[in-house]
Design a protein around this ligand. Structure first.
Ligand code: SIN
Length: 281
């Protein structure tokens, strides 16, 4: 006898991402459905559910089924729901939020477990999000490179993005806060182990990893240049095309992502909530 499943699921690419069908996220999941959803999330790293109708409160309730919500320390959330970020690119904005390969908030000691992004208004063409599987990127390294990376510690900071003069949140509709605190640094292993699957992954990103502990600046710049380029090769990626009502939840412990800005002249409005994570090990 086959096992009964709560929903249909179809992979988005050979390496990560899956679309879940026939699920209404506006209502709480049963324990069995939630367990199946969580298994799919850890296995596929990015799960996509289309045709949803979610208020900010319903999106928060959905995300709370996976853990406590986080509040972004440097970007202002909604007045009534500080955990909710309206990720908006105005038609004449030159820089978009998330427009470069990154993993969310690795400048925190306990970076978020995952992010839940919901599409409200998207351009008819463009504005896709790319994801890269950091387990696959790690697995593809040579045994010699893997043993060299073992024990290395990355230094992360929000400074390049959020300190005064940083490159992020140039959208007119998004406001930066606490800029003076953004230069603080935290340390995380360059290779982390996923707390649920036990798989290892590369854990450096171009937005927030500012160096490798104990290396001269030119040494760490050379190593990071290699790792950052390696980590986002096409063979490790999938691409998500959004429609209004699409919800995606990605695993920040195993993916990087990149919000493309190829829709100048159009507005794009997404709503994001994030789920608190643990200390990378
Ligand atoms: C983000 O980096 O959280 C934003 C992603 C997107 O807008 O596609």
């Amino acid at each position: 006898m086959g096992t009964t499943t709560a929903f249909d699921i179809a992979p988005l690419s050979g390496v990560l991402g899956a679309e879940i069908r026939d699920l209404d996220l506006a209502v709480p999941m049963s324990a069995a459905t939630l367990a199946e959803f969580r298994r799919a999330f850890v296995e596929h790293h990015v799960v996509v559910v289309r045709d949803q109708q979610l208020s900010a409160e319903q999106q928060m309730d959905f995300a709370r089924q996976f853990g406590e919500l986080d509040t972004h320390p440097f970007v202002e959330g909604q007045a009534d729901n500080p955990e909710v970020l309206d990720v908006i690119t105005e038609a004449d904005d030159r820089i978009n939020f998330g427009g470069g390969w990154h993993t969310d908030v690795t400048f925190l000691e306990e970076p978020d477990l995952g992010s839940v992004l919901y599409a409200i208004d998207v351009p008819p063409v463009g504005g896709d999000t790319l994801f890269a599987n950091q387990h696959a990127a790690y697995d593809a390294l040579s045994p010699t490179m893997k043993s060299m990376l073992d024990g290395l510690v990355g230094v992360h900071s929000a400074g390049p993005q959020y300190a005064t003069g940083g490159t992020s949140t140039k959208s007119k509709s998004m406001k930066t806060k606490n800029a003076d605190l953004a230069r603080q640094t935290v340390e995380h292993p360059v290779v982390r182990t996923h707390p649920e699957s036990g798989r290892r992954s590369l854990y450096v990103n171009g937005a927030f990893t500012v160096g490798i502990k104990g290396m001269h600046q030119n040494e760490s710049a050379a190593l990071l240049q290699f790792l950052l380029g390696h980590a986002v090769q096409e063979r490790f990626t999938c691409r998500l095309r959004w429609e209004p009502g699409t919800l995606a939840m990605w695993d920040n412990r195993s993916v990087q992502h990149y919000a493309l800005h190829d829709y100048g002249g159009r507005r794009r409005h997404m709503r994001r909530v994030t789920i608190k994570g643990d200390r990378p090990r």
